[in-house]
Design a protein around this ligand. Sequence first.
Ligand SMILES: NC(=O)c1ccc[n+]([C@@H]2O[C@H](COP(=O)([O-])OP(=O)(O)OC[C@H]3O[C@@H](n4cnc5c(N)ncnc54)[C@H](O)[C@@H]3O)[C@@H](O)[C@H]2O)c1
Ligand SMILES: [Fe+2]
Length: 427
Amino acid sequence: MNMYKKVTGISNPLKAGISHFFSTFSKRTVNNKLIFATTNYQLRKMSSVTGFYIPPISFFGEGALEETVDYIKNKDYKKALIVTDPGIAAIGLSGRVQKMLEESGLNVAIYDQTQPNPNVGNVLAGLKVLKQQNSEIVVSIGGGSAHDNAKAIALLATNGGEIGDYEGVNQSKKAALPLFAINTTAGTASEMTRFTIISNEEKKIKMAIIDNNVTPAVAVNDPSTMYGLPPALTAATGLDALTHCIEAFVSTASNPITDACALKGIDLIDESLISAYKNGKDKKARTDMCYAEYLAGMAFNNASLGYVHAIAHQLGGFYHLPHGVCNAVLLPHVQESNMQCPKAKKRLGEIALHLGATKEDPEETIKALHVFNRAMNIPRNLKDLGVKTEDFGILADNAMNDACHLTNPVQFTKEQVIAILRQSYEY
Ligand SMILES: NC(=O)c1ccc[n+]([C@@H]2O[C@H](COP(=O)([O-])OP(=O)(O)OC[C@H]3O[C@@H](n4cnc5c(N)ncnc54)[C@H](O)[C@@H]3O)[C@@H](O)[C@H]2O)c1
Ligand SMILES: [Fe+2]
């Protein structure tokens, strides 16, 4: 049963926590598309209770990988499935973890064909390997794509059905298989969130599964797995983390805990992302980015996101573009439009102080975001990413059906979303 439904009480939508966000929209199917709708009735039923969700255990620092293998060994599991992608297999990291687990006495199967923006086919193929081996636990190694695929596999292993059945919020009934998520990008924070994003290639959309049951049992951030992350991936994944901080900070579901996480995350990204981009082996910068992306995850896992992600998910689903790059290009333009909300404008001003400005000024924040993008060679606009203007209508429709936009400080019309797409295209 959805625990949020038990909560009754007051009233102020802007101050509502993420549990209220979840309880304020219902799911319905229109033209075979799942959409979420807020209603005044539901808003009136919102409560003053705020939930805060993170994994029960997280390991950080060099050696966290070995610590995790020890932890698994002590649990006396016998069979594990590793879920990863071809890039991680090629650098030998998944093979190394496989060997460590086998030396600890586990029987290990591996699915290493997860694609970026993982799709339904990846979930089914991984599930098949899991069933053949009868795995008791899942170990994901990689960035958001490997973790999201592993979460979906672990959820279906215990709940059955198809992954599309769980689109929306807390649709599953049973705990997933225990998931040990070893993160190699900094990042999506998928190693610690209750979100799973799976592409439906037929419909050219990304499905958002937001479910407490997909929260990993253990989240692992060992910077030594990230020293070889190439500069372009460091930039894209680091700017995804910055987007998480900013969207969570201006979210209508933010609270003092998520604010603290978001601002500290921004401080660390401001100090360290460009250093990690320039020198991947910079131990301090990589360690800071591990903490930054986790803090960003704590913020958005509980305050949710906004229109940057709602639109970026569509670009990823439609054109197979990297998630972090889409966010980086959209971020300044969506936040500029968010300034029409006085509270968001004030908060965007506050962020400037965490990005090196000497006074609270939202325009300084927008400028700093463009400077970040230029410093790390992020494509300038959507045109350079190959987005087509004739797709703006369908992209806007799909973005308005993405649950992430519900906590954006301004609820845009379709025309306003198209205007943001145009601005991000022509900039
Ligand atoms: N579940 C969530 O909470 C959440 C949040 C944000 C984004 N996402 C999803 O995450 C996905 C994007 O994940 P991502 O940006 O981490 O990228 P990714 O997982 O798609 O990885 C991109 C590439 O980087 C390579 N790579 C990863 N780590 C490496 C390392 N240490 N060294 C060398 N190569 C490495 C991979 O092999 C892959 O080729 C998208 O599908 C997005 O929708 C999920
Ligand atoms: Fe993201």
